[in-house]
Design a binder for this molecule. Structure first.
Ligand code: AMP
Length: 282
């Protein structure tokens, strides 16, 4: 496994590999790797001859009051995990290489970026789409692997790849959860003991929604009401949003009469957690 910091160098090596008709799978991350990231890496290793993982805490996707500075960066451990998981190249650029002095080019997927998480995190998805566009240009993968955990991010990247004709396939892998249902996230490390216990309510509320739909419920406001009631019972939970939206355009839907996404963001103290589930309409 090689750790490469220079984008031109990585690009040169990977172009040569592509010419040999070896397929390249790419997993972009911000590090603090957990089993969620590793499930993407494993899938990439299964599907491709070469696996590239990027570790970059992307400053342009953090708001001024967000956790950029304190975001966990256990670099040694991450590199070891990559080595053990069959990664061929770890791309580890620094801020100045990615955003040199005078950097002024951004990619924004209009519309989709301003909904759901985009409301309380303005600029977040512009940062995400910009870094993913840059990484796709540097790595040139055949397949990029993303997690369903960040459903809106995956939908936005899909749209960007289509709109800007990036020659890459996208695979979205299921959310990896802990035993009580909490979705793995690097930010779980911020939770206190009480918050950690309470946070399991998020996946339980999504399961409740799924069972209500299965039992025939289709009125979004009723389903959302039941979910909110369940979450509000937790002392430290503060709901940012819970919405039922169209899977393609992320617009709110009143009735579950098509495939949709139930997505939520809830704060426990200063830690904002997200989770979601897809409802396939019969
Ligand atoms: P991050 O390091 O948070 O930027 O995440 C990097 C990639 O891992 C993204 O595509 C995430 O959606 C994915 N990911 C994060 N948590 C999980 C999880 N619990 N299960 C599956 N994929 C995940």
């Amino acid at each position: 496994m090689k750790v490469i910091r220079n984008p031109q160098k990585l690009n040169r090596i990977l172009k040569r590999i592509s010419c040999e008709r070896k397929s390249i799978g790419f997993v972009p991350t911000m590090g603090a790797l957990h089993l969620g990231h590793l499930s993407l890496i494993k899938k990439a290793a299964k599907d491709n001859e070469i696996v590239v993982v990027s570790i970059f805490v992307n400053p342009t996707q953090f708001g001024p009051k967000e956790d950029l500075k304190k975001y966990p960066r256990p670099l040694k451990k991450d590199i070891e995990l990559c080595r053990k998981s069959g990664v061929d190249f770890v791309f580890l650029p620094d801020n100045k290489t990615i955003y040199p002095y005078g950097y002024s080019t951004f990619v924004k997927v209009e519309g989709l970026s301003d909904l759901l998480c985009g409301v309380s995190r303005p600029g977040h998805f512009r940062g995400v789409s910009t870094i993913v566009a840059k990484l796709l240009n540097i790595v040139g993968p055949d397949i990029i692997y993303l997690g369903q955990k960040d459903a809106q991010q995956a939908i936005i990247i899909k749209r960007m790849v289509r709109d800007l004709n990036f020659p890459v396939k996208i695979k979205i892998m299921p959310t990896v959860r802990l035993a009580d249902g909490l979705a793995l996230s690097s930010r779980n490390a911020y939770l206190t003991g009480e918050q950690r216990k309470e946070a399991a309510v998020l996946s339980r509320s999504l399961s409740l929604a799924r069972s209500l739909v299965q039992a025939g419920a289709c009125d979004s406001s009723r389903i959302l009401g039941r979910m909110k009631e369940m979450i509000r019972k937790k002392r430290q939970a503060r709901i940012d949003y819970i919405e039922i939206v169209d899977l393609e355009n992320l617009e709110k839907i009143k009735k579950i009469d098509r495939n949709c996404l139930i997505a939520l963001a809830v704060k426990f103290g200063n830690t904002r957690l997200i989770d979601n589930t897809i409802i396939n309409h019969a």
